[in-house]
Write a protein that binds this ligand. Structure first.
Ligand code: ZN
Length: 410
């Protein structure tokens, strides 16, 4: 169990305050009467809470709303500039830093490039410099800096703020929180990058509409964020959602994890390139035939767009294989929606027909005619916005848990 606080007056007050804030953050602007209805709080208790929150600058009164006769109600709005978060995404060859307000809207962004395969201490050194620079530059904004959220590919123990290992980056254990805590006196929250994306979907994307969904990201690797009852399911030590290593063919292609037949080895970017090469041995008329020894994913994608049938067929097969993995997930989780994201979605028009072919039939087809499959409409910055949301959620989470609630003043 996390550190549960015992019931007392102060706790009840904190819970009510969190309830009001949550309503305003998610559904605001609202009138006091709307909030009272939604939270079932008495008007006098509510007014005390909203007065306190206004005095603290966390919410503000705005114009007058519509009213059918009588006095027009005053609306309350969450002040998204009450505090700021820094979202960091660590990619294979660059770090992205995004300073956001409390709606995770990006106010400023910077990029730090590094050589792929660089050791973790070198990259963390550059990250520390980047954060210091960003914060120095925005001194006037960061009087209420709520923390640093880090999204990184790999197995992450969110409780300890530690990366356990990352295949993409080639790193073993990296205790991000311990290292950064010494440099910046704010909460440091670390999570897997796909989970961070799922949080962005949950807060601002299609995930807002549904409590149970799977976010599947498809690119060099394949991963998933599993959202159950509006919360990310992380598993025992952060490994939930490693769908790239779901075995879909017992004697299939070799995977770097040591097994054969993993989904990633049958639907990742490398598969799409290799499958195109295989098809080219039979299709000498293809525009790619002369380039078959030097093919890249980008080239195959371009050829698919230009109508090349080998390239299109390779995408279709990858989509079909993905569909096998997704049908298994649907049968286990019974989600409302699957949301697809990631670099390979640039080839979505060729992948999706393969995926749909498979998803048409799953255990629930009898009850639900068509499965709700969507492509994420959030832009590329969903990763770093999700990293910032890690911080924002931690700050506003239910007060029944004891946690770090530092606000750093510069
Ligand atoms: Zn594998």
């Amino acid at each position: 169990m996390e550190n549960l606080r015992r019931g007392n007056k102060a706790l009840i007050k904190d819970i009510n305050r969190a309830l009001v804030l949550d309503q305003l953050r998610s559904y605001g602007p609202l009138s006091r009467t709307d909030i009272a209805k939604r939270t079932k709080l008495g008007l006098s208790t509510l007014t005390k809470i909203t007065d306190d929150l206004i005095a603290q600058g966390m919410i503000k009164e705005i114009g007058e709303g519509d009213s059918s006769g009588g006095r027009r109600p005053v609306y309350l709005e969450f002040n998204s500039n009450y505090g700021y978060a820094l979202g960091v995404k660590i990619e294979e060859r660059r770090i992205i830093l995004a300073l956001t307000n409390l709606q995770a809207e990006v106010l400023e962004k910077s990029y730090i490039d590094y050589s792929p395969g660089a050791p973790s201490d070198e990259v963390i050194g550059a990250l520390i410099q980047g954060i210091s620079k960003m914060m120095d530059k925005n001194k006037f904004l960061v009087h209420r800096w709520l923390g640093i959220g880090i999204a990184v590919s790999g197995l992450v123990d969110k409780n300890s703020g530690c990366l356990i290992f990352s295949t993409l980056l080639g790193w073993g254990e990296v205790p991000f929180r311990r290292i950064l805590q010494g440099k910046f006196p704010v909460p440091i929250i670390v999570d897997n990058d796909v989970n961070a994306y799922a949080l962005a979907e949950l807060a601002y994307g299609y995930g807002r509409e549904v409590g149970n969904f799977i976010l599947a990201t498809i690119g060099v690797g394949i991963g998933a964020g599993l959202v159950l009852d509006g919360k990310i399911f992380r598993g025992e030590f952060g490994g939930a959602g490693e769908i790239g290593h779901m075995v879909i063919y017992g004697k299939g292609n070799s995977c770097y994890c040591g097994r054969r037949g993993c989904l990633e080895a049958h639907a990742g970017e490398k598969f799409i390139v290799n499958e195109t090469k295989r098809l080219l041995t039979q299709e000498k008329d293809s525009i790619l035939y002369g380039e078959r020894s030097t093919l890249t994913f980008a080239r195959v994608l371009k050829a698919a767009e230009d109508g090349d049938c080998c390239a299109r067929q390779a995408f279709w097969t990858a989509g079909y294989n993905l569909g096998i993995g997704l049908v298994n997930l649907i049968n286990i989780m019974n989600p409302a929606t699957i949301i697809l994201a990631g670099e390979s979605m640039s080839g979505q028009e060729f992948l999706l027909c393969g995926i749909r072919e498979l998803l048409q039939t799953n255990f629930f087809t009898k009850y639900q005619e068509k499965f709700d499959l969507r492509v994420s409409a959030l832009g590329d910055d969903a990763w770093e916005r999700g990293a910032a949301i890690l911080v924002i959620n931690e700050h506003f989470r239910e007060p029944i848990y004891r946690g770090q609630r530092t606000v750093y003043s510069m």
